[in-house]
Design a protein around this ligand. Structure first.
Ligand code: F6P
Length: 537
């Protein structure tokens, strides 16, 4: 069957089964086991339970057929071998190389370059952690990572995720061009013991350059005679870092085959490496590499990134649900939804296929979320009873890092499972009515009150469960998410590795700055001119 024919078959199957309760699929006693993918890892099994979705054996078969018909395996192999699969920019896509997993065919000089840079990063991180490289006031107590987008979100998510492993300097992150961000981050810090890392692949991003200048001024004002002596840079544009006075031995580059949102595994992860140490950072890379190997070799029916992508394709492109909520029942993954927003929406939020033709199906879902259980006391009301169906992805560890609070981890897990169960099971009008009647609600008011307590149910969720949130497991999980995005993008036939959609706003912001300083531009619309005049006045 062609991909078009498979999409049509999926639509037909969806239409035929849309009214069937997900719960009824559990009439098959093998449902849970059959629709849970399990991957043995170096730290125990990783589970993806997608049994509480409407995907049945026929749908799964069609989704896997679709992945095959779209040529995902060949495209994956091309990516891993370093072919220029980022076709609109003519670039290879080799973040996998940063994890040490050079596949056959990858240029040897690139692999050597990655290894050399990793050794330099390790030496630098060790020097900072030991105090061998220190600030004007002694060993660095704090590191400020200055970057935005992919030069921020990876380490900003991973440092709190791995808090139990942090034994180096405290890490802080400044991204927003809003001066409030840099001001608030710097206020409690000692300039003489703070290291600033400017992270910008291009070293031209205006937000980052503005914040870097603010930090340099703060260091100088705080008594650091030579601010550049307390700065390092992560950039592919070493000459621009040199213009800033940062010596080459403190500049860490990477090739254009690593996209910003895929870059936490290399020099962009420097702040993370300083926080948790090179050995733990190595475990993080090991986890990513093990997932790469699985993705490269496992047959589609047992391939976790492919199966997770299948759930995404089903919910977004077949069922037409426009958003997906990511709920880490893991407080330390609080920034994961923000990280995934860039990973998924900057990668797959496109309007045209690789050949420029408009996409026939919706592109990336709007990804959003917050840690459970906080989400339950905020927006989960709408997910349970609102009129839009929101597929939910729940992440939960089997064990926490706080053995003395194991009872709280049980409460956390119970809440995670309760959400998934409640979304699927719902509560009927009859049940709600009987419940209220038993509580003595007046008969005249029973129907009205019961309607407010009905849960439609039949709402899908996927549970991703892992042994413990260690550096290794974080690597496994992030690589799983990356490859899932790759599979979805490949099936949709779009380029997951460019981001032209961020350009127009950047250009317009630059041309608007003079208007905020008093100039007028009659060629612009009345709203923009009036607001610029008011804000700049
Ligand atoms: O937002 C667009 C983008 O290009 C992202 O893809 C990237 O991660 C971010 O800007 C930062 O870019 P740079 O590292 O060059 O400062």
């Amino acid at each position: 069957m062609t991909a078009d024919a498979i999409w049509a078959a999926l639509d037909t199957h969806r239409a035929a089964t849309a009214g069937r309760p997900i719960l009824s699929l559990f009439d098959d006693p093998g449902r849970a086991a059959d629709f849970t993918a399990r991957l043995p890892t170096a730290e125990g099994d990783l589970l993806i339970d997608y049994s509480k979705t409407a995907i049945d054996a026929a749908a799964r078969g069609l989704l896997l057929d679709l992945i095959a018909a779209a040529g995902v395996a060949a495209r994956r192999d091309a990516m891993l071998a370093g072919e220029p699969v980022n076709e609109t920019e003519g670039r290879a896509v080799l973040h996998t190389l940063l994890r040490g997993g050079a596949a056959a065919g990858v240029r040897a000089d690139w692999a050597a370059d990655v290894a050399t840079t990793r050794a330099r990063l390790t030496a630098f991180a060790d020097a900072v952690r030991s105090g061998a490289f220190a600030g004007a006031g002694g060993a660095f107590t704090d590191v400020v990572n200055i970057g935005i987008g992919g030069s921020d979100l990876g380490p900003a998510m991973a440092v709190p995720a791995l808090a139990p492993y942090v034994d180096g300097p405290r890490a802080h992150f400044v991204s927003n061009v809003d001066g409030a961000h840099v001001a608030d981050v710097l206020r409690p810090l000692d300039p003489c013991r703070t290291l600033a890392v400017i992270v910008s692949k291009t070293f031209t991003t205006v937000e980052t350059m503005a914040n870097a200048a603010a930090v340099r001024d703060w260091l100088a004002a705080g008594g650091v005679a030579e601010p550049a002596a307390q700065m390092a840079a992560v950039s592919s544009a070493a000459h621009r870092a040199a213009d800033w006075g940062i010596p080459a031995d403190r500049v860490f580059g990477f090739g254009d085959y690593v996209g910003g949102r895929y870059s936490v595994w290399g020099p962009v992860g420097l702040t993370l490496m300083m926080a948790i140490g090179p050995a733990a950072f190595g475990r993080f890379l090991d986890g990513g590499r093990d997932m790469d190997r699985h993705f490269a070799a496992a047959p589609p029916a047992g391939n976790l990134p492919m199966l997770l992508a299948a759930t995404g394709l089903w919910h977004t492109q077949v069922c037409g649900y426009p958003t997906r909520a990511v709920l880490p029942y893991d407080q330390r993954l609080a920034r994961l939804p923000a990280y995934l927003q860039q990973l998924e929406m900057e990668s797959n939020g496109k309007g045209v296929a690789m050949d420029g033709a408009p996409l026939a199906r919706p592109s990336a879902a709007v990804v959003w979320g917050e840690p459970g259980t906080n989400a339950q006391h905020a927006f989960m009301q709408a997910v349970h009873q609102g009129t839009q169906v929101v597929p939910v992805e729940i992440l939960i560890a089997r064990r926490g890092h706080e053995p003395h609070l194991a009872h709280q981890h049980r409460m956390l897990a119970a809440n995670a499972l309760a959400q998934a169960e409640a979304l699927m099971r719902g509560r009927s009008f009859e049940t709600a009515r009987a419940m209220l009647a038993a509580r003595g609600v007046a008969t005249a008011d029973l129907d009205r009150q019961a309607r407010h307590r009905v849960f439609p149910g039949n709402r899908p969720s996927v549970v991703i469960a892992y042994p413990m949130l260690t550096p290794y497991m974080l690597g496994v999980l992030l690589a799983l998410c990356e490859h899932r995005v790759f599979v979805e993008g490949a099936v949709l036939g779009l380029n997951s590795f460019d981001q032209w959609g961020v350009e127009l706003g950047k250009e317009l912001a630059l041309s608007l700055e003079p208007m905020l300083a008093g100039a007028d531009d009659p060629a612009r619309d009345g709203s923009t001119r009036a607001l610029a005049a008011w804000l700049g006045g």
